[in-house]
Ligand binder design. Structure first.
Ligand SMILES: *[C@@H]1O[C@H](CO)[C@@H](O)[C@H](O)[C@H]1NC(C)=O
Ligand SMILES: *[C@@H]1O[C@H](CO)[C@@H](O)[C@H](O)[C@H]1NC(C)=O
Ligand SMILES: *[C@@H]1O[C@H](CO)[C@@H](O)[C@H](O)[C@H]1NC(C)=O
Ligand SMILES: *[C@@H]1O[C@H](CO)[C@@H](O)[C@H](O)[C@H]1NC(C)=O
Ligand SMILES: *[C@@H]1O[C@H](CO)[C@@H](O)[C@H](O)[C@H]1NC(C)=O
Ligand SMILES: *[C@@H]1O[C@H](CO)[C@@H](O)[C@H](O)[C@H]1NC(C)=O
Ligand SMILES: *[C@@H]1O[C@H](CO)[C@@H](O)[C@H](O)[C@H]1NC(C)=O
Ligand SMILES: *[C@@H]1O[C@H](CO)[C@@H](O)[C@H](O)[C@H]1NC(C)=O
Ligand SMILES: *[C@@H]1O[C@H](CO)[C@@H](O)[C@H](O)[C@H]1NC(C)=O
Ligand SMILES: *[C@@H]1O[C@H](CO)[C@@H](O)[C@H](O)[C@H]1NC(C)=O
Length: 815
């Protein structure tokens, strides 16, 4: 997720501007099953470390949820950049345990609704601290300096400095919290605060709340500001308690609790007032802990629906049953990928890195089925696409490999949104359209699904007609506001690029080079679907438009002081479009170093750039534009060696793998392994600088570790060597398993340099395969054993025939 300066986004919190803190001393707690070498496990959840990326601005959510669950219950701390609520640094204080989060986003702090907060030390009802600032407490700090927090898939627990232990688990739309208050001899009784109004941005208006004095049930809701768009949304909750009876009840406004008030309407409110309920409970006894179960249903429809969700999903407040079911759901999806580990000392940790990365690809989008307030439909409804620009490149291709049934549901939800709103979703959050990053990048997602599963689409209830007409709507229909929907179709059709100085009513002339390049790729993916549907003339039309990226190529631009071989540019970053073209056709020259780490003017943009971008449909054309493979390799080296490669910039993420197109796959293998060594590890700071990006970083790291790199909406994947002796993918739709075996696996070189890791030859089910650089989707469709022979020779080519190079449009590929 990229943050961009948008006036309507109330709080801009881009973690790129926080200093990089290395927190190698924070070693989070997670229980790892120690399986024997080479042994598969039935509990891959035990390999997930949920704390990776929970400091250092990673914005990773470590709380409890189901795969793609709507409820993501977790701790909120008062840390800067608490976009996912939590920070693993124990100096930050706990504000509560809220029900909804996003993982890895930017924008204003999203969601974070309905914080439940235990107060153990209030001397009286009226004396209880209730506002965020007044009530917050530290966690218990362990002798090693870390907070006493624990997490595993579907479960989270912590011990607070007040002695209260809080444990969390979840179903799809309901959380269950277990608060264990220590025995007290001083007569202080347990109290629980239900915070109605404090979302991540403190943006609440029109809060409602009703407290039932007998049962303690609290219902309520309000309207809140979307994180990354102009819209507002409503959300509701229904909170019930079990194990204890309420001894006192009331409401609070700011830091003032008032006993016996049961309705928010009974309190005077100013705009943005903090508001909630406070309940006290009869302790179990002076020498026993008091255990209070708190069940919180959530709904975007109504408080009644929030109560229904809670009652139907967690009828018996069975904490261990709910958390065991959540873990089983995680094992179902994680278990479709298996690795064997070798004897290398890194292997167990690398397996944790792999599964933790995989885990984070199953947090978003979230299954909001039944919770769409905008229209009624029996189709699935998914939300938290935050943003497709971030995720289409690697997340959905990973889903194709092991979770196609979920993928089908997401696609159906996207098509349903298109049918009601006119365009596929792009950066949707909390039921609202949010700001588009560049292209209409729902297109490559639904196209990825169709290219991979066309023959199973109708079985999965995905209508090919609906899918194709959704693609055409994005490609052809001018939306009223292309910062929120679709694309600048008129300009794209007229100019074959997006001019920087064209003023049209539908939006701002921003990110123009990015838009052009994304539209070109989006159109490529439409041509891929058109081909499968035998729409020959459409296929030709859109594959023609897919070549439009060349219109943004300024052949004369060089990097001042850079090598003469690095000549010609399209763009250096998303926000500051480099070499934009004008209506006249002229280029508006910009120094290619602008906004990069090498910018002599130290301009502050929101993204460092890389002077080479993402056109996977025709990388061969890029090689040609740059004067051949030697120049192309020089450029890739120049980019990486001079700090222009930004691993967090999605369009540039494939740069380490692009040596494949220069017939030097060994260089890709080494560069991608160096990227892992430099930027990804299992510490809380183990994600590069900023966001996890709703699974974009997780899926990226996963592919590098698996020795693969996807080309979305095609039947090819680039190939390298895995970090394990073998890795298998089980595809439930095809009912196949595909195993990549590194025949003479000799371990992973430290730092990623050298080693016996370069692919010398490939066989598929024992038959020699033409290329060491890519495999076809067929190996996943039919199931196969792909055997890789490794060597220490980094100079190995893709193969000896012309078709050993990965495909590109201009070299006749993809047919
Ligand atoms: C935790 O955060 C505090 C306050 O921001 C900072 O001073 C400290 O260095 C951080 N701790 C670690 C281990 O990085
Ligand atoms: C919290 O305290 C309980 C009881 O002492 C203990 O069992 C648990 O391991 C501690 N830590 C966490 C993270 O729950
Ligand atoms: C709360 O009370 C307990 C028991 O008296 C005490 O150990 C703890 O320090 C208190 N915590 C706070 C934050 O006041
Ligand atoms: C609250 O209500 C209870 C029972 O209805 C009553 O005994 C008590 O006096 C009331 N307290 C206040 C502060 O109004
Ligand atoms: C597809 O739809 C039919 C009819 O509504 C239903 O019976 C079937 O379960 C659905 N299949 C899937 C995979 O959703
Ligand atoms: C050229 O780019 C600069 C810098 O972004 C911008 O200020 C200027 O308006 C552009 N020129 C035209 C004609 O759009
Ligand atoms: C497209 O044409 C091929 C070859 O004639 C045929 O096998 C296939 O079923 C057709 N596909 C569609 C969607 O009509
Ligand atoms: C690039 O430079 C050549 C030689 O000076 C010139 O003919 C050409 O028009 C320039 N191209 C652009 C796009 O500026
Ligand atoms: C983990 O990765 C981060 C950056 O992504 C880096 O700063 C840190 O030094 C690495 N830590 C270890 C122990 O490798
Ligand atoms: C899946 O394949 C296995 C054998 O590989 C077979 O036993 C099983 O019946 C298949 N399942 C389905 C649903 O086709």
């Amino acid at each position: 997720m990229l943050d961009i300066l948008v006036p309507t986004t109330p709080r801009l919190a881009d973690m790129r501007f926080y200093s990089l803190v290395t927190l190698t001393c924070i070693v989070p707690a997670f229980a790892q099953t120690s399986g024997a070498v080479g042994e598969a496990t039935s509990d891959p959840a035990s390999f997930v470390n949920l704390f990776v990326g929970t400091t250092n601005g990673g914005h990773v959510f470590p709380g409890a949820t189901l795969p793609h669950g709507m409820v993501k219950v977790g701790m909120d701390t008062d840390s800067p950049g608490n976009h996912a609520g939590y920070d693993a640094n124990g100096t930050f204080r706990v504000l509560g345990f809220s029900q909804l989060h996003d993982d890895g986003t930017g924008g204003g702090v999203p969601l974070s609704h309905f914080k439940i907060f235990p107060s153990a030390n209030c001397t009286s009802f009226e004396g209880c601290a209730t506002s965020l600032d007044a009530r917050k407490v530290l966690r218990k700090i362990l002798p090693n300096g870390n907070p006493d927090d624990f997490a595993s898939p579907g479960y989270f627990s912590t011990n607070l400095s007040t002695g209260v232990r809080v444990e969390l688990t979840a179903t799809r739309r309901t959380s269950l919290q277990r608060h264990t208050f220590p025995p007290r001899s001083d007569g202080l009784i347990p109290r629980i605060n239900v915070d109605i109004s404090n979302d991540g941005q403190q943006s609440s208006t029109v809060p409602t709340m009703v407290v039932d004095p007998t049962s303690g049930r609290v219902t309520g809701g309000g309207q809140f500001q979307a994180s990354f768009g102009p819209g507002r949304y409503s959300i509701f909750t229904c909170v019930d308690f079990r194990g204890v009876v309420p001894a006192e009840y009331g409401s609070w406004l700011g830091n003032t609790p008032v006993r016996n008030i049961t309705n928010a309407k009974q309190m005077y409110r100013g705009f943005g007032s903090q508001l909630g309920a406070l309940l006290a409970f009869q302790p179990t006894g002076p020498s026993q802990p008091t255990v209070i179960l708190v069940r919180t249903g959530v709904s975007y429809i109504s408080t009644a629906q929030a109560c229904n969700n809670a009652e139907s999903e967690i009828p018996t407040f069975d904490f261990s049953g709910v958390s065991a079911a959540a873990r089983a759901s995680w094992n179902d999806v994680l278990g479709n990928i298996e690795v064997t580990i070798g004897t290398g000392s890194d292997q167990e940790d690398t397996r944790v890195l792999l599964y933790s990365s995989l885990y984070r690809t199953h947090l978003s989008p979230a299954d909001y089925t039944g919770e769409n307030p905008n229209w009624k439909s029996t189709e699935p409804y998914y939300d938290s696409f935050y943003c497709n620009w971030d995720t289409y490149r690697t997340l959905y291709p990973l889903m194709s490999l092991h979770d196609p049934e979920r993928f089908a549901l997401i696609v159906r939800g996207m098509l349903n949104i298109q049918q009601h709103e006119g365009w596929l979703p792009e950066c949707r959050g909390a039921t609202q359209q949010q700001f588009i990053q560049g292209g209409s990048n729902g297109d490559p997602i639904v196209s990825e699904f169709f290219v991979k599963f066309a023959t199973h689409a109708s079985k999965l209830n995905v209508s090919s007609a609906a899918l194709y007409s959704a693609l055409l709507a994005d490609a052809e229909n001018l939306p009223p506001d292309w910062d929120l929907q679709g694309r600048e179709t008129d300009a794209w059709k007229k100019f074959n690029y997006i001019p920087q100085d064209l003023v049209e009513p539908g939006g701002t002339p921003s990110k123009v080079v990015s838009r052009s390049l994304e539209y070109a790729f989006d159109d490529f993916t439409i041509s891929q679907v058109a081909k499968l549907l035998n729409k020959t003339s459409d296929a030709a039309k859109y594959s023609g438009r897919a070549g439009n990226f060349v219109n943004n190529w300024n052949p004369n631009t060089t990097v001042p002081g850079g090598p003469t071989t690095v000549k010609g540019m399209m763009q250096s970053g998303l926000i500051r479009s480099m070499q934009p073209r004008l209506v006249s056709g002229d280029f508006n020259f910009t120094d290619p170093r602008h906004c990069s780490v090498n910018d002599p003017t130290h301009a502050t943009c929101f993204l460092d750039g890389s002077p080479l971008l993402y056109v996977p449909q025709d990388t061969a054309k890029l090689v040609e534009l740059q004067g051949g493979t030697a120049n192309f390799i020089d450029r890739l080296d120049f980019i990486i060696d001079n700090g222009y490669f930004d691993v967090t910039d999605e369009p540039g993420q494939q740069i380490p793998f692009m040596y494949h197109y220069a017939n030097r796959p060994g260089l890709s293998t080494q560069r991608s392994r160096q990227t892992i060594a430099q930027f990804f590890n299992t510490t809380t700071a183990g994600l590069p600088g900023n966001d996890a990006r709703t699974g974009a970083m997780g899926s990226y790291a996963f592919f590098y570790l698996a020795g693969l790199y996807p080309l979305p909406a095609t039947r090819q994947l680039l190939l390298s060597s895995p970090f394990f002796p073998s890795i298998s993918f089980t595809n439930p739709v095809f009912n196949t398993t595909t195993t990549f075996q590194a025949k003479n696996f000799g371990g992973n070189p430290p730092g990623g340099t050298g080693g016996s890791v370069f692919v010398k030859s490939v066989t598929i089910d024992g038959v020699p395969w033409k290329s060491t650089c890519f495999v076809e989707w067929d190996v996943f469709e039919t199931g196969a054993t792909v055997e890789l022979e490794l060597t220490t020779d980094i100079t190995v080519p893709c193969g000896s025939t012309n078709d050993a190079l990965p495909p590109s449009l201009s070299t006749g590929g993809y047919d």
